[in-house]
Design a protein around this ligand. Structure first.
Ligand code: HEM
Length: 407
């Protein structure tokens, strides 16, 4: 059946039905076209676990620097695209060695396991306060009331940005996400992304001027002070990576909380976790495998390569679908089942290799505190509407709203 559907339907990841439920298409691609040329996206789409994992671990042949190339491509013709690409290419996530090695080394010095650990009581307090606000209502929108404000407040607090600035930061971040996430809105979302980036950069430039004059114990001060063999981050690099941390650190965690709670309630698995909180960390890993917030990443072939008989040319874009790899039956038993007690098999939700997510420990900690507190505090949690509304994006996956009721 699945096969018949894709013989006749467009194999287009951007098609609205595939954006709402991409998994049948991923399965078809695993079996029939594991290195697929997408006409609409103008890039290769790789779906099998072993291939995705190999590409993540091969930064020499698969570059992360897609924005340097985009900038050159549009030089002189589209200053709006050139501007955005010029900013994004400085993010650690889009740099290759040796620049990436240097930047990541310095970021690791600021963003340590200890920095994350010390956030535990603050995260707990933020979760408690957010749940206090809705406790008497008997219902909440998990996205608006918890999943968005929690990671955004945490990362803003870590960077030393005042909580009152959050709505503004969210607007800018959404504008950037609509471009990077491959949203299909019909409009030219590059201009929104450009506006969002300019404003958020100005915001952090001002914040950094204050911190440079008077250091605190926040991440900005730590980044300004980070030193590796006499090397330090320039102020512009600190600004750029603050924006990366805001961007990488909240939309993704919002989606982990939203996707996770949706699937737990849909399958009833939340009851098991409610009885046994020790199972929550394992359940979070399974949620990350089953429906990861970063569904795919785009790399650029740095040389001509051959994969499953397909010839990928130097400069071609290669979309590696983490969400598809995480459902590859060659790697996971019953991949389409959410099994919160699953053992073995390493998901790729945080990537692999040199770009492995810098914030993985923070995201896990936030999810653990949020799920433990929510399930422990609210009884009879249930979905009000079990038709999920997924954001119309290809490379990020998350819900626009998640209304639930409780006692
Ligand atoms: C559930 C939540 C999250 C998911 C699913 C996620 C996913 C990812 C993935 C897949 C990558 C690898 C990118 C690549 O190979 O090109 C990555 C990198 C990164 N993530 Fe996360 N992330 C999450 C949360 C966070 C948080 C909370 C932060 C920071 C506060 C963060 C900061 C970063 C940074 C800075 C990088 C770039 C690392 C590098 O290039 O060396 N992420 N993330």
């Amino acid at each position: 059946m699945a096969s018949a559907r894709f013989m006749t339907l467009d194999l287009d990841l951007a098609h609205p039905s595939n954006q709402q439920d991409p998994f049948p298409l991923y399965r078809w691609l695993h079996d029939h076209d594991p290195v697929h040329w997408s006409v609409s996206l103008k890039m290769w789409v790789v779906t099998r676990y072993d291939d995705v994992s190999r590409i993540l671990q091969d930064p020499v042949r698969y570059s992360s620097d897609r924005f340097r190339r985009i900038r050159a491509e549009f030089a002189g013709r589209r200053p709006d695209i050139e501007d955005v690409a010029g900013i994004l290419r400085d993010w650690a996530v889009y740099r290759d060695p040796p620049d990436h090695t240097r930047l990541r080394g310095l970021l690791n010095k600021a963003f340590t396991p200890r920095t994350v650990e010390t956030m535990q009581p603050r995260i707990q307090k933020i979760v408690d306060d957010l749940l206090d606000r809705v406790a008497d209502h008997g219902r909440m929108d998990v996205i608006a009331d918890l999943a968005f404000p929690l990671p955004a407040t945490v990362i803003a607090a870590m960077l030393g940005a005042p909580g009152a600035d959050l709505p503004q930061i969210k607007t800018w971040s959404d504008q950037i996400a609509s471009y990077i996430g491959g949203a299909q809105r019909g409009g030219d979302n590059i201009q929104d992304a450009g506006r969002g980036l300019k404003s958020i950069f100005e915001y952090f430039r001002a914040l950094i001027r204050t911190r440079a004059a008077r250091a605190g114990d926040d991440l900005v001060s730590l980044m300004l002070a980070a030193e590796d063999r006499g090397d330090m981050l320039s102020h512009e690099e600190v600004v750029s990576n603050c924006v990366l941390l805001v961007f990488a650190g909240h939309e993704t965690t919002t989606d982990l909380l939203g996707n996770g709670l949706f699937h737990l309630l849909r399958t009833g698995a939340h009851r098991l976790l409610r009885q046994d909180h020790a199972k929550i960390p394992g359940a979070i890993e399974e949620i990350l495998r089953y429906d990861p917030p970063v569904a795919g990443k785009i790399k650029v072939a740095a040389a001509d390569v051959e994969l499953h008989g397909r010839r990928i040319r130097q400069g071609d874009l290669v979309a590696i679908m983490l969400a598809a790899a995480n459902r590859d039956p060659r790697h996971f038993d019953d991949p389409d089942e959410l099994v919160v007690t699953r053992e073995g098999g390493k998901h790729l939700a945080f990537g692999q290799g040199i770009h492995f997510c810098l914030g993985a420990a923070l995201a896990r900690l936030e999810a653990q505190i949020a799920f433990t507190t929510l399930l422990g505090r609210f009884r009879d949690l249930r979905l009000i509407d079990d038709t999920p509304r997924w954001k119309p994006q290809i490379f990020f996956r998350g819900l626009t709203a998640l209304p639930v009721a409780f006692r």
